[in-house]
Design a protein around this ligand. Structure first.
Ligand SMILES: [Zn+2]
Ligand SMILES: [Zn+2]
Length: 550
């Protein structure tokens, strides 16, 4: 048995996640379920990322405090994760006292180890509001593309990362006045000190997908710059450095530490406060992250550097499964432009189980993927319903009507039957090897392919005719088809847990919760076993008129 820490990127909670963010939570859930099914020792963690200026700006717009805003959205997300069957060991938040305590303790250590230094920097300052204007507290015109709504940290139009002082015609987001420039002392993390170590680590980690590997090596090649650790705002974790009163830790440099603090909190909650160390300090633990490609630098470079800076023996990220982007009908998801689907409104269109399917089937593993309502319909109607649903339903209905709801006794297998038997026996290792390579989309497609094979087998054999002339051969066909249904029921369970349960119920498998991944390769339904009542697993859907979703 191996040890695993499965991590999903922390959703930023200025709103509930859209599909493009949710896919990382879903991927982590699918993977953790797969590992548990194999009998591995797993903790799966993440939580709400709730500090930083975008939350403050959103809260001001709504006329509430940042904490009120994140309380509300965190609660909403927890309820939605329940609906989507996301079963992590801990879904926490960066306002959790455990996270605050851990972050401050870690930075004290990093400071004592000599990796933090101070420097005076010039920053935009609003005389009227008497405050510094870091990141999104200042807006103005982008110096590169002249977009007039560019934010202090980034231009949404051309995508470039900006320094707030680069903006032409800058304005304070609170009062609209033109900021002055004022000097402030800030604390910096000496990231360049880790360049050589990280280069060796990234070069030797053959596990990393190409996008993460190439991006990181290029970045390391160009040389790393020190990172500003502190900000002049109150909403955040107070910086624990001597003389840094009134400053907070920059949101990006504390949220990544949440992977460890969420594990500590999990251990405390489960009454084994030291148990997290068995995972984080065991070199054999595999530390797996599901993120989007825009987060590669934080997971491959900055997070490992912070762990190394403690001089403690943390296990570093082993796999960073960084997907490409999902576009929505050809456009980038955008909250301000109202482009995309958010996970609360998605439920008005189809049940959560259908979205689990569509999202993994669209998972952008090798290149950007485009979500379209046409594909959404096709995935559900022609794959879930016509292939998987149909195969299960026609097999079980046949047993129900022609064999008194009992699994029939097989006779001698012919060549075609033996091929089906072999498909069942090899399925767990074939589909498992795709999952072991983090090809979730391919693994799901291969599972649906098994049902497709089952449908072809039934169409060739035509048991509804065959039963009139050869009851024995019909019995063999239906015996094998029912074994295939059972096998698919196990293999689909990481992806579609409700469907797996539906199949187990209809097969009347009392022990379904004890089944392991490898059991999918066995022909374990005994002849004479009484099945339950067949009923359709899915129904067809139509894509909504755009106005229904927006
Ligand atoms: Zn721009
Ligand atoms: Zn102002």
């Amino acid at each position: 048995m191996g040890k695993w820490i499965v991590n999903a990127a922390w959703p930023y909670v200025n709103s509930v996640p859209h599909l493009g963010t949710f896919i990382h939570l879903l991927s982590a859930d699918v993977y953790a379920r797969y590992l548990r099914l194999k009998g591995e020792d797993v903790i799966a963690v993440t939580g709400s990322d709730e500090h930083g200026t975008p939350i403050e700006v959103e809260a001001i717009k709504k006329g509430i405090s940042p904490r009120q805003l994140t309380d509300e959205i965190h609660k909403q997300i927890c309820e939605l994760l329940e609906v989507y069957n996301i079963r992590l060991d801990n879904y926490t938040r960066t306002e959790s006292p455990v996270h605050v305590r851990f972050t401050q303790a870690l930075y004290r250590k990093v400071y004592e180890n000599g990796y933090v230094y101070t420097q005076n920097v010039s920053l935009p300052y609003c005389e009227k509001d008497q405050r510094f204007l870091p990141d999104r507290f200042v807006e103005g015109t982008c110096p590169h593309c002249s977009y007039e709504e560019a934010r202090g940290d980034q231009c949404d139009s051309c995508g470039r990362v900006l320094d707030p002082l680069e903006l032409t015609k800058p304005r304070c987001v609170f009062c609209g006045s033109t900021p002055t420039v004022k000097s402030s002392t800030h604390w910096f993390f000496d990231l360049p000190k880790f360049r050589d170590t990280l280069q060796t680590i990234v070069q030797n980690n053959r596990q990393l997908p190409e996008n993460a590997r190439n991006f990181s090596l290029r970045w390391l090649e160009e040389g790393l710059k020190p990172r500003a650790l502190t900000r002049d705002n109150k909403w955040g974790i107070p910086a624990p450095f001597p003389g840094a009163e009134g400053k907070t830790i920059y949101v990006w440099l504390e949220a990544v530490l949440g992977y460890v603090s969420a594990s500590i909190e999990w251990a405390e909650k489960s009454g084994k406060p030291e148990a997290w160390k068995d995972f984080w300090f065991d070199k054999a633990t595999r530390n797996v992250h599901f993120i989007g490609k825009d987060n590669i630098p934080f997971h491959v470079i900055i997070f490992p550097a912070l762990l190394l800076a403690t001089h403690e023996d943390y296990v570093l990220p082993w796999q960073v499964s960084s997907t490409e982007f999902i576009l929505f009908e050809g456009q980038k998801f955008s909250k301000s432009k109202k482009v995309g689907v958010w996970i609360d409104e998605a439920l008005k269109v189809a049940p959560s189980e259908y979205w689990r399917y569509v999202l993994i089937a669209t998972r952008p593993e090798a290149r950007d993927a485009n979500f379209t309502w046409r594909d959404f319909e096709a995935h559900i109607n022609t794959e879930l319903n016509d292939v998987l649903g149909n195969f299960v339903h026609r097999t079980l209905t046949f047993i129900n009507t022609k064999f008194d709801s009992k699994i029939p006794e097989p006779a001698k297998l012919d060549q075609k039957d033996s091929q089906i038997k072999e498909k069942i026996e090899t399925a767990p290792s074939k589909i498992g090897s795709l999952l072991d390579r983090f090809e979730l989309k391919g693994a799901l497609a291969a599972t649906i392919d098994l049902a497709r094979t089952g449908n072809q087998y039934l169409s060739e054999r035509e048991p509804w005719h065959l039963i009139k002339t050869d009851r024995e051969k019909t019995a063999t066909t239906i015996y094998l088809a029912s074994q295939l249904v059972r096998s698919i029921g196990i293999l689909i369970s990481p992806f579609l847990p409700d469907t797996a349960k539906g199949i187990a119920d209809q097969l009347n498998q009392a022990d379904a919760s004890l089944l392991r991944w490898s059991d999918a390769g066995k022909l374990d339904l005994k002849a004479g076993h009484l099945i339950g009542k067949p009923k359709p697993l899915f129904h067809k859907v139509s894509a909504p008129a755009t106005s229904q979703v927006r």
